[in-house]
Design a protein around this ligand. Structure first.
Ligand SMILES: CC(C)(COP(=O)(O)OP(=O)(O)OC[C@H]1O[C@@H](n2cnc3c(N)ncnc32)[C@H](O)[C@@H]1OP(=O)(O)O)[C@@H](O)C(=O)NCCC(=O)NCCS
Length: 182
């Protein structure tokens, strides 16, 4: 099925648009069978970015990314103030906070044949562009310490660790904050 995208990412095969609650593609979304991947799948299938699902209190924007004929992944994000220039900093700046992100299993680790990087890294480049447009200092996210694949992906994209904490929402979950200045 050819999808109708609203944005094309320059010099890549990637496109995107605001995710639509009524899109049945969301019901078929899957991104792996590890517990954190199931958590992501359930979030996007439940349209969790509305702020009404899965202990996710804030409404956020959600972008659906894809090629001309397939869904590549989803990113839910909000613009939010964070301490600057690190978590211990006294100042505050706006960041594009990536609340949840997941790539369809078949596109994980795959380089875009029409671009220069993996689809995941191309998505970060586009998020950086959006963050710049929104006058943010950078991108920000929190990830489970045990999620080695996601952490490797973030570090390759240029994110720097910004301290660790125990999640107040998920008992026992050790988390790491990451930020990427633009
Ligand atoms: C996290 C996610 C978005 C990253 O996308 P991706 O396409 O897999 O990312 P990339 O391939 O660009 O980067 C992953 C890197 O981790 C490496 N890697 C793969 N499995 C790994 C593992 N178990 N431990 C450490 N590194 C790993 C890959 O080799 C790759 O590095 P390389 O480019 O040097 O080869 C995607 O894997 C995903 O959706 N996972 C399920 C949901 C999820 O965990 N979301 C994030 C929650 S915060």
């Amino acid at each position: 099925m050819i999808r109708e995208w609203t944005h094309a990412v320059a010099n890549t095969g990637l496109h995107y648009r605001e995710a639509d609650f009524g899109d049945s593609a969301l019901d078929e979304f899957e991104c792996g069978d590890e517990p954190h991947a199931i958590e992501m799948r359930d979030f996007f299938q439940a349209r969790g970015w509305s702020g009404k699902a899965l202990n996710f209190p804030r409404p956020s924007r959600c972008l659906q990314f894809g090629t001309l004929d397939a869904i590549v992944g989803y990113v839910a994000f909000v613009i939010q103030e964070r301490p600057y220039p690190t978590f211990k900093g006294k100042k505050k700046r706006d960041y594009l906070l990536i609340a949840q992100m997941a790539i369809v299993t078949g596109f994980q680790g795959i380089r875009d044949p029409d671009g220069t990087a993996t689809y995941a890294r191309e998505i970060f480049d586009e998020l950086k562009r959006i963050a710049q447009q929104e006058k943010c200092a950078g991108l920000y996210l929190n990830v489970r310490k045990e999620n080695g694949k996601a952490r490797a992906c973030y570090e390759k994209a240029g994110f720097k660790a910004d301290g660790e904490y125990l999640s107040p929402h998920m008992p026992g979950a050790e988390m790491i904050r990451y930020r990427l200045e633009i």
